[in-house]
Design a protein around this ligand. Structure first.
Ligand code: FAD
Length: 354
């Protein structure tokens, strides 16, 4: 089967849906191809206690505010999944599931999108595949020697799985702090971070982060000196469970160890900690392997972009992967603006006016 359309959007999480919203408004013919069997992108797979770090109204995609969740100032992941499902229906976005894109190829005037369920040919492609699907594990000596359980953030669900166990959580970002807080009450926890944890002020939540990202964008647009945006504020949003565990003295960070050993980990001075499980909360990389045929890979697995447009392939836009594809573009509220810009640029490209 080969289908011809104007634009293929790869990925049907929040970024793909925001792109769909703007493409529809511009009257462009498109399809969204999503590898999941159900709507909701990565939000379907997060740990049980995860809540957003912003209130609902500050977690909205273009066009329609996220409804508040009864009894919760900060909605949980299930609420986000419901919102994304309803958003798709509301705007009648043409999502095909499950369809996994295997490769994007140049094909004369068009791009050819090969999938496990057929081929699409399009004048432009927007990639919105997120990062959840490419967990990052640092190269630490002895990883194969440890004989307990090792898992990444993406596999962690709840503390019941580890009750009474000795658990080492690695990572001083939001995932590390939240998972450590989740485990602090029922396990023998060691929390390991590369540098001392940097908490944002307790009254700073996702709203302030979004404001900082917006301010940074303005500064960059006006050619003024970069403020450093969100990263300058700290690493960890002190969401209520993190604050509670920290204030009870349960979140004490230990510096990074040097290697793993059969029963645990070891620091440079020979000190050891025993562990039944090690949870690597060490981040993600963009899921871009479908672009291997285009040979666009640049530094750190990124593709060079100007806004959302790939510098070396103007028919390709990248959306939602992080600040390098638009300030705050990896958040619900932040992806709307780069999605609009990508759709406008593609509209001009298809009309031959660029
Ligand atoms: P995803 O949700 O990952 O969606 C991508 C979709 O593309 C998926 O359905 C995937 O299956 C599909 N896909 C991937 N590869 C292919 C392929 N080859 N072919 C077809 N389909 C493919 N943001 C906030 O705004 N507020 C928060 O509170 C917040 N908390 C977060 C907490 C955690 C732990 C994490 C990791 C992120 C958080 N974020 C938050 C950031 C961000 O909103 C989420 O990561 C969000 O899921 C990103 O959406 P996305 O659409 O870019 O990617």
């Amino acid at each position: 089967m080969t289908v011809r359309t104007q634009v293929v959007v790869i990925g049907g999480g929040q970024a793909g849906l925001a792109a769909g919203y703007h493409l529809r408004r511009l009257g462009i013919d498109f399809v969204i191809l999503d590898a999941q069997t159900e709507p909701g992108g990565a939000w379907q797979h997060t740990w049980d206690s995860l809540h957003l770090f912003s209130p609902a109204a500050y977690s909205s995609l273009p066009g329609w505010f996220m409804p508040p969740q009864a009894g919760e100032e900060y909605p949980d992941a299930d609420h986000v999944v419901t919102y994304l499902r309803d958003y798709e229906k509301r705007y009648e976005l043409p999502v095909e599931r499950p369809v996994r894109v295997q490769g994007v190829h140049r094909d004369g005037e068009l791009l050819r999108v090969e999938t496990d369920s057929g081929t699409w040919r399009a004048g432009a492609v927007i990639s919105a595949t997120g990062t959840w699907w490419r967990p990052f594990l640092p190269a630490v000596p002895g990883r194969g020697d440890f004989d307990g359980r090792q898992l990444h953030t993406v596999e962690y669900r709840n503390p019941q799985d580890f009750a009474g166990r000795r658990v080492i959580v690695i990572g001083g970002g939001n995932s590390g702090a939240q998972i450590a807080a989740d485990l602090a009450y029922d396990t023998e926890l060691t929390w390991v971070t590369q540098r001392p944890p940097r908490y944002l002020a307790d009254d700073v939540d996702g709203r302030a982060l979004f404001d900082a990202a917006t301010a940074r964008r303005r500064v960059l647009d006006e050619g003024r000196t970069d403020t450093g945006g969100v990263a300058s504020l700290g690493d960890i949003v002190a969401v209520p469970p993190v604050r509670a565990a920290r204030d009870r003295g349960l979140l004490k960070a230990t510096p990074m160890f040097t290697r793993l050993v059969p029963g645990g980990v070891e620091w440079a001075d020979g000190t050891r900690a025993e562990a039944d499980a090690i949870i690597w909360c060490t981040g993600f990389r963009p899921a871009l392997s479908h672009f291997v045929p285009l040979q666009l890979r640049g530094r750190r697995g990124h593709i060079a972009t100007d806004g959302t447009r790939a510098v070396d392939e103007p028919r390709l836009h990248l959306l939602g992967y992080g600040d390098w594809t638009g300030p705050a573009s990896a958040t619900l509220i932040g992806v709307g603006r780069p999605a609009r810009e990508a759709a406008r640029e593609i509209s001009a490209l298809l009309a031959g006016t660029t």
